[in-house]
Design a protein. Structure first.
Length: 512
């Protein structure tokens, strides 16, 4: 694409360094996504070294999830207020420092604090990264390529984390799953500082909506904690129910407040626009299905099939290849030629087909004939769907709202991940218990009882995967019915930064 390509009236002149900037933005995104899975692989070793009890070990994951999920909207608004470049560099620096603290942890309190700090700075970093792409890439074809790369990393990075986490834990030490973030962060921060030039006039300098910050943060923390607690304590636990009730009240109050205040934390125009609302909802549902699957396949490969952590990581490679191919070769090539719904809907359905294959999983299932094709289909489908979803989530939004719109993408993913892990784990555990109860009586020897245990585990996984199939089909239906944007105009797709602050209407996507 020529630097002098014709731009739509009022479009921002493209930054000549935008492709170099993309390298550092992608590197930062990879670090955040890797961290979500890499620590899970290291958790058993870290628990043993630091003397963390079984009851408390969940806080290594939960402390991060609560801080990250709860503060995303605030982080997105800070990026709009400070400027995305500054928020991006500060987020990277803080994430690196928190990672160093986690790697050097000598007790559980130090570890939990480091994970919470990672979540705080991750909540600043993630929206800043996506919103930088939104305001720097304004040409439709270039935007397609940029979001193709970003979508591939967002989708496949978690699986890469399984491989890297296995290597570091098995051949070095669990502490390296934290220390590995430091070079990523230093390179990305240095590159961003020298290369990224944010378009002028895109900041939202309105006063900070303090009530909105408190209500959204507490509401999201209560929601994420509710699902996390449901996984370990059950859905009928009084504190679990209390968290869901509190979350509902807080988030409803948040919406009412946002509708009335002059400078809301989350302008309701960002989520009530039909296409963005459809993206947030369908993406959140797809993540529910994906997070549950990562968990089940990891346990299936290691516990049932006896794979090592490294071998388990490599077993996920077909999914990574599928995601990269779907995002960069299918999504990016077709995004400027067909409406987004015709990539998102079929993409989720292809992923559902891959998930459907996994419902046939048994103890002796062949990796080559069942797991490999299923993971390829999952990767291709998710990659093809994620890429236009990521782009559409910030397309047509005012530059001053880009940070908070980006934060909503991350929020839907974070909440979806918490729901997926808790909901599908509960379904699997219930099905496993039922199967073992019904079959254990006929097992007369120790090997037979062990076989029933393994069969019960696999039965639980496949039962939960059936739910995941339904969730992906629902995501496809939502994408096909709610998302009605046409293929993007070949000129700029983002509104001018210089529009008057009172002009709240988003720039429409030109339909063909």
């Amino acid at each position: 694409m020529s630097e002098t390509a014709t731009k739509a009236p009022g479009a921002v002149q493209a930054d000549p360094g935008r492709w170099k900037a993309l390298v550092f933005i992608a590197l930062a995104q990879l670090m955040v996504v890797l961290d979500a899975t890499i620590v899970n692989i290291a958790l058993p070793s870290a628990q043993q070294d630091l003397g963390i009890s079984d009851g408390n070990r969940q806080w290594v994951v939960t402390a991060y999830a609560l801080a990250f999920g709860g503060l995303l909207l605030f982080g997105g608004r800070i990026a709009d207020l400070w400027g995305r470049k500054r928020a991006f560099v500060v987020g990277l620096s803080g994430f690196a420092a928190a990672s160093a603290l986690g790697g050097a942890a000598t007790n559980e309190a130090m570890m939990f604090g480091a994970r919470a700090l990672q979540g705080v700075f991750g909540a600043l970093l993630a929206p800043a990264a996506l919103s930088l792409l939104a305001v720097m890439f304004t040409d439709a074809k270039e935007r397609a390529k940029a979001f193709g790369i970003y979508g591939a990393i967002a989708g496949g990075g978690g699986a890469v984390g399984l491989i890297l986490g296995g290597f570091l834990t098995e051949y070095l030490d669990w502490r390296w799953t934290f220390f590995v973030n430091i070079p990523f962060a230093v390179v990305a921060a240095a590159g961003a500082y020298f290369v990224i030039r944010e378009p002028e006039g895109g900041r939202n300098r309105s006063p900070l909506d303090i009530p909105g910050v408190f209500l959204s943060t507490l509401g999201l923390v209560a929601l994420v904690y509710g699902f996390t607690r449901a996984e370990s304590e059950g859905w009928s636990d009084s504190l679990t129910v209390g968290m869901f009730v509190a979350s509902g009240v807080l988030l409803l109050t948040f919406v009412l407040v946002e509708a009335k205040v002059k400078a809301p934390l989350l302008p309701l125009r960002v989520i009530t626009e039909r296409n963005r609302g459809g993206v947030y909802l369908s993406l959140g549902l797809a993540i529910i299905a994906m997070f549950g699957l990562f968990l089940f396949l990891t346990y299936y490969l290691q516990v049932v099939k006896g794979y090592t952590p490294v071998k388990t990581g490599f077993a996920f490679l077909p999914m990574i290849v599928g995601m990269i191919t779907g995002s960069t070769q299918i999504g990016a090539r077709l995004m400027t030629r067909v409406p987004p719904r015709l990539l998102m809907g079929p993409g989720f359905l292809v992923a559902a087909l891959g998930m459907l294959l996994l419902t046939r999983m048994e103890i002796g299932s062949s990796y080559a004939t069942l797991l490999l094709p299923a993971m390829l289909l999952l990767g291709l489908g998710m990659g093809s769907a994620f890429m236009p979803a990521m782009s559409l989530s910030t397309q047509g939004v005012q530059a001053r709202d880009a940070g908070v719109a980006s934060a909503m993408v991350n929020t839907s993913q974070q909440v979806g991940g918490a729901i997926g892990t808790a909901l599908l784990n509960t379904v699997a555990a219930s099905a496993t218990t039922s199967y073992i109860t019904g079959h254990m009586a006929s097992a007369t020897s120790a090997p037979q009882r062990q076989l029933v245990q393994l069969e019960g585990m696999v039965h639980g996984y496949t039962s939960a995967i059936w739910f995941a199939v339904g969730i992906l089909v629902t995501a496809a239906v939502i994408a096909l019915t709610l998302v009605n944007a046409g293929k993007p105009d070949m000129g700029a797709v983002t509104g001018s930064d210089a529009q008057d602050a009172d002009d709240a209407a988003p720039v429409p996507v030109v339909a063909h």
